[in-house]
Design a protein around this ligand. Sequence first.
Ligand code: TXA
Ligand code: MG
Length: 344
Amino acid sequence: MISYNTQILPTNTLQETACSLEIAAKALLNGELVGIPTETVYGLGANGMNEDAVAKIFAAKGRPQDNPLILHISDMDMLQMTAQDVSDIGNRLGERFWPGPLTMVFKRKSNVPSIVSAGLWTVAVRMPSHPVARELIHLCGFPIAAPSANLSGTPSPTSAQHVFEDLNGKIPYIIDGGDCNIGLESTVINLSSEIPIILRPGRITKDDIEEALGMSVKIDPGITEYREYDGSVSSPGMKYRHYAPKANVKIFHGTTKEYVDYVNSRNDVYALCFLEDTQWLNNPYLCYGGADDFDTQGQKLFGALRKLDKLGAKTVIAHAPKKDGMGLSVYNRLIKSAGFEVVR
Ligand code: TXA
Ligand code: MG
């Protein structure tokens, strides 16, 4: 593999942004990879219509070959280039939530290289709302295939620095678009089957989708429970160990008092806790937001998991968020980073 002198491209002024976008678009056009900011997490982008470029994504991340990628588009014409049978439901969800943190799975058009979808007959598509991402896709004129820009298995990157930590030397450029607003990956919904089914929870919740459609949708049980992979899982990415820091993360469900008592009774553990817990804890801790502040929890979770490793934490007891609304997606990432290990 080629070794690069990875450059971080700034976007502090309009002029800087224009210059960075031009460099990045040229690299993508030449089949190179670029780290790209989005409102959810940073993506590792390649020209989604170029098979060789897409293959580089799998190599750089160490991503299993059977885990499909999302195509990022800047307008509805690009959706027509990539997906078939968008259907009334797809159009309604697009009108309501795009650009934004929703990925929809449709039947794949044959001009989309099969490697993008890891051989599946479907394709996942998202129109991001981050202005840098959208402008870049628009400049390129083709959809950008992009998974999260972390090494496979580690917490997703929510800053350009996180991307640098994981991919320094492996890619030529990272565009620095600041910290990600949402901090958790997009909601993924499969529209290629009879009944719409949420494969991955995100900022756009089941309630948001049901309200927009005026009908109920299903949610994959693998989102909160451990499931042995039997070949039938509809989103292949769900079977892999995810978001895992080096530290051993364990989940604790309970009130502030129950949680604090448990953590304080143990030596050598770090707390990944809520604001309400901090004043009572004797152990070292990282706070990832208030107990009811799901937005802050989402913004901070991945960065906190990375920071715990830097602090040298061996065991982390995480205070579990409620599973309501956006809390479900925070819980989903946390339980996966814990390898489904719940101490209480
Ligand atoms: O917010 C996001 O979605 C970020 C940013 C960069 O857009 N991207 C992201 O990509 O999280 P990635 O590759 O880390 O996760 C994509 C998820 C995986 O779980 C994958 O299995 C699923 O989407 N997926 C992709 N294509 C699919 C398809 N055709 N059918 C079912 N699931 C699919
Ligand atoms: Mg990922």
